[in-house]
Design a protein around this ligand. Structure first.
Ligand code: NAP
Length: 467
């Protein structure tokens, strides 16, 4: 990160950060280190975004990153406002009317669609919804999944697809002490799913997942991984490490199912789902065509569908795991195709049309790709630009009414959740979990969290302190 002088004014920059997931926390940390004061707004009562609601319950090592975020949250120059939704409780002009700069770190909460017939049949679900369900996300805790089918089909071959496959295939007793939602654990214990088929539209060399994630599934007791395509060990020395590792591992996989495994993951590449077939409104099968990769004049690859007859794969559960999608934010430009807010290194706006004092970081800035750590580099870039623009932001201070947002929230009756409030909810979740031998039992709805806070006596209530 380049060092930017604090300039003629030594006043602290006041920043509103919208979104308390990993990208929001990394950026907040860098801003605090550079002398800014931050108010962090989050739609849900709980902070940590995908770390809490996206990372799978059997990946607790990754979730330990939360300890670093908890430390950041205790900085005296940071205030947390959970249960405050941008666009519903507070608008862009209102934030810009109070703060020197506004940084959006809202991620990509929606799912992408396949655009094929039958996609809306019952039993056809988005991975975002299934992941949110087993992680007790308030948007998905009420969703229903029928796991009475022996075979589940997942469209897409990214890391989310492997997360879902692993949760469906793992012995549920191994999840019993985690922070998985109690209703999801019960449903997995009753599940009939014994086989998960992953469909990739391109060849194995284009698999988006990481070999380590596939190896983890192959090493699960009682689970075998079968590859349905021909793959040779990689020979091209110029291959990316990610591709090389994937091909090396896949080349060694069996092509035929054995008889000893209790559960199985099948990988089928060059598979084009053409339609979901159903009866009485429920999905019963996927019709699959076969893709062929052809070289175009410019040397790039294109997919064409072969004229082989399509195959029918019976299933009662189809999970589309073809990437996340961001939603437009009121008052900000949006690139529908790339599913992001256009920016120059985090400064919102298209060429020559900057939206003054507005910034983006994380998936809303660069699209829904990258691991949690990718947000760190990304946050450095955006925060550097925010600090470069510091004097310009401070120069427009006479248009500002500091404190007006907190006042507006109070006038609108928004019950914002402070960090001290969240710590009470956190302690409650941990004790609910401990009572049944789990790490935590999450409060699965916003109303459940707010009811718990309402139960606290007024003397326990900790208001937001002025910064
Ligand atoms: P992703 O990595 O972008 O994978 C999406 C998959 O969907 C790709 O295989 C893509 O194939 C396929 N796809 C897209 N449109 C399709 C269509 N119309 N028909 C068939 N297939 C289609 O997305 P993701 O799995 O949602 O993951 C998002 C990010 O989070 C990634 O960067 C991922 O690494 C990260 N993540 C990491 C972990 C972990 O480290 N454990 C866990 C979860 C997520 P094409 O390549 O052909 O487009």
């Amino acid at each position: 990160m380049s060092v930017v002088s604090s300039g003629p004014s030594s006043e602290a920059l006041r920043v509103a950060v919208v979104g308390a997931g990993p990208a929001g926390f990394y950026a907040t940390d860098f801003l605090l280190h550079r002398g800014a004061h931050v108010d962090l707004f989050e739609r849900l009562p709980a902070p940590f975004g995908l770390l809490r609601y996206g990372v799978a319950p059997d990946h607790q090592k990754i979730k330990r990153l939360g300890v670093a975020f908890e430390k950041i949250a205790h900085a005296p120059e940071l205030r947390f406002f959970g249960n405050v939704e941008f666009g519903r409780d507070i608008s862009l002009p209102e934030l810009l009317g109070d703060y020197d700069q506004v940084l959006f770190a809202v991620g990509a909460a929606a799912d992408r669609r396949l655009g094929i017939p039958g996609e809306d049949l019952a039993g056809s679900v988005a991975a975002t919804s299934l992941v949110g369900w087993y992680n007790a996300h308030p948007d998905h805790s009420q969703d229903q999944f029928d796991l009475s089918t022996e075979r589940a089909v997942i469209v897409g071959v990214g890391n989310v697809a492997l997360d879902v496959a692993r949760i469906l295939l793992r012995d549920p007793s191994e999840l019993a002490t985690s922070d998985i939602a109690d209703y999801a654990l019960a449903a997995l214990q009753r599940s009939s799913v014994r086989e998960v088929v992953l469909l990739g539209r391109r060849g194995p060399e284009h698999a988006a997942f990481d070999a380590a994630e596939l190896i983890e599934i192959a090493e699960l007791p009682g689970v075998e991984v079968v590859l349905e395509n021909e793959v040779s060990p990689p020979s091209d020395p110029h291959l990316q490490l990610h591709t090389r590792k994937n091909l090396e591992f896949m080349a060694a996989l069996p092509r035929q199912a054995g008889h000893r495994a209790e559960r199985r993951l099948r990988l089928r590449f060059l598979a084009a789902p053409k339609a979901l077939l159903g009866s009485e409104g429920r999905v019963q099968a996927v019709e699959i065509g076969r893709n062929v990769a052809v070289l175009k004049h410019d040397g790039s690859e294109a997919l064409v569908e072969s004229d082989e007859p399509t195959s029918i794969l019976p299933t009662g559960l189809v999970v589309r795991s073809v990437g996340y999608r961001s939603r437009p934010l009121p008052g900000l430009p949006f690139d529908e195709r790339a599913s992001l807010v256009p920016s120059h290194g985090g400064r919102v706006g298209l060429a020559g049309e900057r939206l003054e004092r507005c910034y983006v970081v994380g998936w809303i800035k660069r699209g829904p790709v990258g691991l949690l750590g990718t947000n760190k580099v990304d946050a450095h870039e955006t925060v550097d630009h925010m600090l470069e623009d510091r004097e310009e932001a401070l120069a427009s201070r006479d248009q500002r009414r500091p404190g007006s947002v907190v006042q507006l929230l109070a006038e609108r009756g928004v019950r914002s959740v402070s960090y001290a409030d969240w710590e009470r909810l956190d302690a409650l979740e941990r004790s609910r979990g401990a009572a049944c031998g789990k790490l935590r039992e999450k409060l699965p709805t916003i109303s459940a969290a707010l009811e718990e806070l309402a139960r606290c006596s007024p003397k326990d209530s900790v208001p937001h302190s002025p910064v």
